[in-house]
Design a protein around this ligand. Sequence first.
Ligand code: SF4
Ligand code: SF4
Length: 388
Amino acid sequence: MPMPVGKMHSFKSLENIKNSYIERIHQVSDERKKGKKSVGTFCLFVPDEIIFAAGADRMILCGGKNDTVSIAEQYLPRNICPLVKSSFGSIVNDGCSGIKSCSHFSMVDMIVAENTCDSKKKMYELLDNYVPTYVIDLPQRPDTPEAMRYFLSELEKFRDAMEQLTGNKVTDERLKEEIRSSNETRKLLHKLYELRKRDPSPISGIEVLKILQKQYFLSPDKLKEYLRELINEVESTEPEQVHKPRIMISGCPMPGGNTKVPAIIESKGGAIVAEESCTGTRSFWDMVDENKDHMLALAERYIKIPCSCMSPNERRIDNILELAREFKVDGVVYYTLQFCHGYNIEKYKVQQALKKAGIPMLSIETDYSDSDVEQIGLRVDAFLEMIS
Ligand code: SF4
Ligand code: SF4
């Protein structure tokens, strides 16, 4: 995989995050031995606050590695998105392939899923054969009052399911504390993104992605600790005064193991300054209102996530334009995974809106393999030259 060009900083906190893997696995494993339940998730629509308020832990199960895609293809059609194939492959892998199956998966007592895209929905039905899988149903037209009422009732059912799993009551006090804690994490991420508005940005996109990919793996306290360390380091960094085209990535998530497109962009001299993605702003942009009924506040915040599974999804278009202006981007790279119909089709609207706003866009549709790295590199080169 290409490496970013230019002088790279060496943020100690990022090294700590990189080395946190084993410690976290041991932490979850030790706590499970003492009776604490652990929940696996795949999507931003599952409110962490309810899981933590019930006294359970949470591990992200999304796959970003190419190695396990071929394993999934023994069970699933080839023409579904690599994120689903990679996740499923790492879960069902029985070791025959020589690739170790996902260690997080063996540590969850329940999967908490959500009705989002078709591939995921159908994968969840299969996963229920391996681990009990609870599905939160999502209304698909989020702007209607009926949708809010329905989503709130779904979250209440989910809260009850968590209470049943853990044997703990989700009290108002516990919810209040978890909402405050998650909002604090969101504020730290906002602070980090504020620093990226500087020109030049003091931190590369690949470096930010490293922490974003770990945000649903680390414990909330560790995540906050690492974010504070990173922010302190970044604040005192003097970046090289070299102008690089400022890029925003918009589109599909990039779970751990997948850094392909950002690595290409930064190796060609682009500076990624924002990501409109679930491994980006979508995960933390909106706060939960701390001055309302807690369940209602959670429903209001989570239903607003501008995922392409929602229809209509004008909120996402507005958000992309707002981010492009705030982060003063020179161009947008629209990133989609093959066979992700939602983000692929929504590209048309995004392209129209960006064109109207005079912001150039490059569309990249890819998978997790390295087969198109060279070809993407050529297109990124031409795009960066055009916007420089
Ligand atoms: S893109 Fe949509 S379905 Fe995928 S993780 Fe994000 S919110 Fe969930
Ligand atoms: S990338 Fe697209 S197709 Fe794949 S899981 Fe996410 S929403 Fe579904």
